[in-house]
Design a protein. Sequence first.
Length: 148
Amino acid sequence: MAKALVVYGSTTGNTEIAATRIADILQQSGVTVTVKNVIDAKVKEIGNGYDITLLGVSTWGDDSIEFQEDFEPFYEQLDEARVEGRKVALFGCGDSSYEFFCGAVDELEAKMQSLEAIIVNTPLRIDGSPDDADADIVAWARNVSELI
């Protein structure tokens, strides 16, 4: 049975809701899932005993891209992770009225590419409430489960 680690950073709760929904869909697809708030996760867990790691982050900032505050230290330590050749999937919440809609997801994607991780599909960018994007979340999570 495939194993997945879902790590998320959430301030308003939207990214946590999305992470939980994604984990539910993966479990329904037969994947064993561990969900962790980024403050309880270590970068060395990425791929360590897991077939895939899903990273979820919200984006803040009007004038520049800002990671969710708990996620930023994790992001800064990603160079220490051994992600080369390991499967990852990325998702995040944002607000399309801001210039850098889901910019933290873009930054995370660039970092994973530079570290030669295998990004299994197009990152999921959720505009506003995950409740309003449930169909997109379900479709994306099902696609991830097929790519593990």
